[in-house]
Design a protein around this ligand. Structure first.
Ligand SMILES: [Zn+2]
Length: 336
């Protein structure tokens, strides 16, 4: 996928984003893979992204961030044909070469010995990225957390004080009662795990977050629970997140290469769908120029930053400082 800054992107960057973004960006949620990352080569659905090697992704993001200093926490690409060992090996090698951190893809098939060895040999591995498609259940869309994240792996993460980036499954995401119950249980039981709830707790639409706010009140102010902003383009979601949890619990993530699409995530009733130029025909009675999804996300975040009157030092936390502090915490605990 060729990534260009078109006139619509330039206007959004200049008028909506630029003045609020700090000079340093830490991207806490993005992916890299090569054709060797999957059994049977790159899946058809991913071919649209073209070259997704770490070097290619980094180059595109630095271009889109107008050469701002950018640091990364990569992971691989989880799908049913993912070769986890190969992907983790590739992440470790690329992390050395390009000076980034990474989360290992994990499934119930990986034993503790493998994970312990990985953590001991790869200091740039900061934790785990489980995913619903590795669920032991038949239907990953209905998987509860423990279906795709074995408790043994949470124990290891707790022992080493690691990050777990959790993409909640089930139709209701974070407002599913079983997800809430398990999340609260694991957060209490494993206090050294740093939980990153991907995609604002998989709340692409405000409804899911609104409905779960009361149940999640125990997570407010918790230093080990964060929400990453990846692939969310709805302003209201960020308005709620900033006002309820505040900048201390939010981490910027791009979800590259997904953020290279032109389009956004659109709410339809209680559902949502990513409508992009590359995957849909977007027509109206006038010419439509969809912007890069990354800029749609940043615009929505900047809107919430303004509405919630977030101060510059707190903006810096979301885009950089929170991530750096997490890395310091993981590294310190490792040395204990
Ligand atoms: Zn992702």
């Amino acid at each position: 996928m060729k990534v260009q800054i078109k006139s619509v992107d330039e206007k959004i960057w200049n008028e909506e984003i630029q003045n609020l973004l700090p000079s340093r960006i830490f991207d806490f949620h993005l992916h890299t893979f090569t054709s060797k990352s999957f059994s049977g080569g790159t899946p058809d659905s991913l071919k649209i992204f073209g070259n997704c090697s770490a070097g290619a992704i980094i180059e595109k993001l630095i271009h889109l961030f107008h050469q701002k200093t950018t640091e990364f926490l990569f992971t691989g690409w989880p799908t049913s044909s993912s070769l986890l060992l190969q992907q983790n090996q590739y992440l470790a090698k690329a992390a050395e070469k390009y000076n980034f951190y990474f989360l290992a893809l994990v499934s119930h098939k990986l034993d503790e010995k493998y994970l312990e060895n990985l953590l001991k040999s790869e200091k740039r591995c900061l934790g785990f990225k489980p995913y619903k498609c590795f669920s032991v259940r038949v239907d990953p869309e209905d998987a509860k957390i423990s279906d795709f994240l074995p408790e043994k792996q949470i124990e290891i993460a707790n022992q080493y004080g690691l990050v777990i980036t959790l993409h909640l499954s089930k139709k209701k995401g974070i407002c599913d009662p079983e997800n809430i119950e398990q999340l609260l249980y694991f957060v209490e039981k494993y206090p050294h795990v740093i939980w990153n709830l991907a995609h604002c707790g998989r709340s692409y639409i405000p409804h899911n977050l609104e409905k779960s706010i009361n149940s999640l009140s125990r997570l407010k102010g918790k230093k080990q629970v964060f929400f990453d902003t990846s692939a969310v383009t709805d302003r209201e979601v960020f308005v709620i997140l900033f006002s309820e949890f505040g900048a201390n619990q939010i981490l910027f993530g791009s979800d590259a290469p997904v953020c290279f699409y032109r389009g956004r995530c659109v709410r339809f009733g209680y559902d949502w769908a990513f409508i992009t130029q590359e995957t849909h025909s977007i027509t109206a009675s006038f010419p439509v120029s969809p912007a890069l999804l990354l800029y749609e996300q940043l615009w929505a975040m900047c809107h919430a930053i303004k509405v919630n009157r977030i101060e510059q030092k707190d903006i810096d936390k979301v885009f950089y400082q929170n991530a750096k502090e997490i890395i310091d915490r993981v590294n310190k605990r490792r040395l204990m």
